[in-house]
Ligand binder design. Structure first.
Ligand code: AMP
Length: 412
């Protein structure tokens, strides 16, 4: 008897994150890992839930120069570790679903064409998501490919919060504030509904603070506004992205400095944010540890923008019942949470320093009118649940790897 498995893929510019689940019943995670430095000196890291040793190994750069090569390395590992298992569905994290996709969807040739058409909407992310899907289709022609969108959760936003003040034709053509990190917001608001249902039913701001960062106003479990806009460049400053910027700065760079448009794009996406301000690193742990004036200034800019957005989003919600921190920085940095909350007493936030230092579930005092929580996010489980349910709704046959596609001989 074979075990049906679901593979979850998150394809980035030089990385392929994966998670593997047994989906015979409720999804059970079996492994998770990453192939990083694709196209450079690739390396595979994976951890297993069962009593299998963790893996960290360098890969041959000739074999792993693209997502297909990276997926080959992942499959080699999976086949070796779970010889009786069969991957029946692959769930993909896709950054942009445009105005069309408000829910996960089975990837057909038409869907893939639409995702490709959306590349200009998220030029730094979407091409890699599409190539991840193509690599998985080639590796598993019989598995159900499912796309899950970072924009989908925000499709509930009212017009006044998802439009720009442009002639209306632009809105009709899809130039809107989409919002991203929706898979994380879906998971966190679901968790909040489970652990604190009364707060979740009210007015909630979620701060997803990872290498990418955004915030979302959630009312009764539905997104009503977010800090990101047309692309994942807007809103908060991030590891390497500038976040909110006056478009006039971009005109100035193009017209006065005569910088090529690609250069400006590279600057705003990959050389700005915490990295640009500090001149040191995009990584918050490194900045916190460094203690240089530049690192501290970058952190001060970062926390000031987050605090500002708490106020803006609370105004949109007409008040605040809970603030939730999530993702790498939100879950793990007492300093960032404390700096953000430092001047938010007026809104009803009274942080408990000890609870904050311990990254407890609730980090406010018992008397604090607004509850501040730390909720670890899990975007992969949202994807696997969607893939499993679409797979079960369709042909539930547990198909084997096609014999000619076994990758055990692949040298990686
Ligand atoms: P993510 O994209 O969610 O994996 O988050 C990555 C970010 O989280 C990086 O900037 C890390 O430095 C940051 N991070 C992870 N752990 C910590 C920690 N203990 N303190 C501060 N930042 C952290």
């Amino acid at each position: 008897m074979t075990t049906p498995l679901a593979l979850v893929l998150n394809a980035g510019s030089s990385s392929l994150k994966f998670a593997l689940y047994d989906i015979a019943a409720a999804p059970v995670e079996r492994a998770r890992g990453i192939v990083e430095r694709i196209g450079g000196a690739p390396r595979l890291k994976a951890a297993f839930r069962a009593d299998l040793p963790s893996v960290a190994r360098d890969l041959a750069s000739e074999a792993v120069h693209d997502h297909a090569g990276a997926l080959g390395a992942v499959l080699f590992l999976i086949e070796a570790s779970f010889p009786d298992a069969r991957i029946v569905t692959v769930g993909h994290r896709v950054v942009h679903g445009g105005t069309t996709y408000a829910a996960p969807i089975v990837v057909t040739p038409e869907v893939l064409a639409e995702l490709t058409r959306l590349i200009p909407f998220a030029p730094i992310h979407q091409p890699h998501n599409v190539s991840g899907i193509e690599a998985a289709q080639a590796a598993f022609p019989d598995a159900l490919q499912v796309a899950c969108f970072d924009t989908a959760f925000h499709r509930t936003q009212p017009w006044v919060n998802d439009t720009y003040a442009l002639p209306p034709d632009y809105y009709a053509r899809g130039v809107r504030r989409y919002g991203f990190h929706g898979l994380s917001y879906e998971y966190v608001s679901g968790e909040l509904a489970r652990i604190a249902p009364e707060r979740a039913a009210g007015r909630v701001v979620i701060a997803h603070l990872g290498n990418g960062a955004s915030m979302c106003a959630v009312e009764g479990g539905r997104s009503i506004s977010s800090t990101m806009g047309f692309t994942p460049l807007d809103g908060l400053p991030m590891g390497t992205r500038c976040g909110q910027i006056d478009p006039g700065v971009i005109f100035y760079m193009l017209a006065e400095e005569e910088r090529p448009i690609d250069d400006v794009q590279t600057l705003l996406y990959t050389e700005s944010g915490l990295l640009g301000l500090s001149g040191l690193s995009n990584d918050m742990r490194t900045l916190e540890a460094s203690g240089t004036a530049e690192a501290d200034a970058a952190i001060a800019y970062y926390t000031a923008r987050i605090r500002e957005q708490v106020g803006r989003l609370a105004a949109t919600l007409g008040g605040l019942d809970a603030l939730v921190f999530t993702a790498g920085i939100g879950e793990n940095s007492p300093r960032i949470r404390a700096e953000v909350c430092e001047r938010l007493g007026w809104i009803g936030i009274e942080l408990d320093p000890e609870r904050n230092a311990a990254s407890a579930e609730v980090i406010t005092t018992s008397a604090s009118p607004v509850e501040v929580r730390v909720v670890p996010t899990d975007e992969e489980i949202v994807i696997v649940r969607a893939a499993k349910s679409l797979w079960e709704a369709g042909d539930a046959a547990c198909r084997p790897f096609p014999p000619d596609r076994r990758l055990s001989d692949t040298k990686v």
